[in-house]
Design a protein around this ligand. Structure first.
Ligand SMILES: Cc1cc2nc3c(=O)[nH]c(=O)nc-3n(C[C@H](O)[C@H](O)[C@H](O)COP(=O)(O)O)c2cc1C
Length: 161
């Protein structure tokens, strides 16, 4: 299971390594089978246990068969984790939407926050209301990864509601 295209959507900071800025990866994928509540709980339990052990934080959104996940932490840890997650048979078509060093963690108090969303909500969060299918939406986001920060802000708002 390979990782798809990589487009950087954050400003690259050449001093990031020195200042040990957190590293963030955002990807989307398709669930192998429609997820049951138990299946989602199992993924979240795996994610939260693994992330606590490695000081990784993030959020997982599940919308109608599509995963959208943000993971953040130490660069090498997060890149290794991404490779591990991409090999998981519970999903496929893993596509990294963007990755890079960031000023601070967006989800610092969550080992893995979780949100169940609809395609409509995802479209609204991306600022693309009316995008007909999640596939189209993911393709649009892939072409315009600068939309990702606003999606993250919307996810944060939804979590705090
Ligand atoms: C959609 C999805 C998201 C996942 N997110 C994480 C995560 O954030 N952290 C994590 O440790 N494992 C996550 N996992 C689980 C990993 O793929 C893997 O099962 C887990 O890290 C255990 O790997 P290991 O058996 O090699 O130790 C996720 C799996 C799926 C399907």
């Amino acid at each position: 299971m390979g990782v798809g295209y990589v487009v950087s959507c954050v400003a690259i900071d050449i001093y990031a390594a020195k200042r040990q800025m957190p590293y963030q990866i955002v990807y989307s994928s398709q669930a192998t089978v429609p997820m049951s509540v138990a299946g989602l709980e199992e993924i979240l339990a795996d994610a939260r246990a693994g992330n606590k052990a490695q000081d990784v934080t993030g959020a997982l959104v599940y919308a109608e068969g599509v995963f959208f996940q943000i993971i953040e932490g130490d660069k090498e840890t997060v890149r290794n984790l991404m490779a591990n997650i991409a090999r998981d048979s519970r999903h496929h078509s893993v596509k990294v939407v963007c990755e890079g060093s960031v000023e601070g963690r967006a989800f610092e108090s969550w080992s893995m926050a979780y949100l169940n969303a609809t395609a409509e909500q995802m479209s609204a969060w991306a600022g693309l209301p009316g995008t007909s299918t999640l596939d189209d939406l993911l393709a649009d986001i892939g072409r315009a990864p600068d939309r990702v920060p606003r999606i993250l802000v919307s996810v944060l708002h939804a979590l705090r509601r």
